[in-house]
Design a binder for this molecule. Sequence first.
Ligand code: DGY
Length: 377
Amino acid sequence: MNTPSLQIVNPTGHLRVVVTKPLPGTHWLDVLIAAGCRVEIATGDDILSGDEIIALIGDHCHAAIGQLTESWNAELFAALKHAGGRAYSNYAVGYNNVDVTAASACGIPVGNTPGVLTETTAEIAVALTFSAARRIVEADHFMRDGQFKGWLPGLFLGNLLHGKTVGIIGAGRIGEAYARMMVEGHKMNLVYFDLRPNIPLEEFVQAYGAFLTTRGEPAVTCQRAETLACLLEDSDVVSLHTLLDAGTRHLINAERLALMKPDAILINTSRGPVVDEAALVAHCRSHPEFRAGLDVFENEPAMAPGLADLKNVVLVPHIASATKWTREGMASLAACNVAATLRGYPVAAVGDVRPFLAGTPPQAAPSILNAHELGLA
Ligand code: DGY
């Protein structure tokens, strides 16, 4: 077991907060310092093991900020509680790495960071969609390899998306933002699959369609798919925006890939295990016109054998939220979750997190997942 090097900020603070990776920006540190925290940050890029995190927590620790790459399970929450811990925040909006039930059993509030990743993640889903559709990465390698000998009628033919159908699985914040970008920007018709109807999204597409007809253009349409199979069969692009749980693990498997159009595009910016990666490799091999754009992987940082060899797949290393504004915002929200909880402030009732991102934040925790269970809501 390695002992991570630590950066200590505000050594005289009376509340010890451990942070398992350096976070961007400085506002988050200002928030914790103002709450009287001594902040101990594990430096270095290695992913910490459970034992290393338990050693970091030690026997005196009031709160922790952890990463989506760490498994915050019952053992870690027991260690945090034993050390006097009263708060945890994930530095992520997704929390499939956190056993929230175990945290609740220890009486520890669990924060996450919604509201600052929405457009950022949707934008990378759009970027992956067009990179896949227009074969940008393949063409880039072709140029760098000196293979371009002049314009040719058949060089790197890709897919036109304008006016085609985009399907989103999961019509929450990020799915909706992506859908609006594809509908509004590229006049795509929308099909969505979600357990709940998204009425504002439906109304948006309807109003936009009506606007287009006043301009003499074909209206765009929106349909809530009755079944996942209908969406997969009808869509030219399928983008995944669901959370990861037992019900969505391998939601996209060999059987469902076979339902998709042979030249469809699959985009995943949600969580890797939503796609059966070995099945995707097999499908992309047997369907060279099929394309995929992946930001997340089933067993990060590893990739399924063969995935990296496929020309019809675009791969990026889980960077959907990687803009300065978003990553600094996530740090502010995680710090506000911890600082507000340690100070005994209530949980914020509103969804707009912008007041938490600069200056003195509101006297509330922006997002606590188990607020209801712990009677904090
Ligand atoms: C999250 O916050 O869940 C994202 O995956 C980070 O990019």
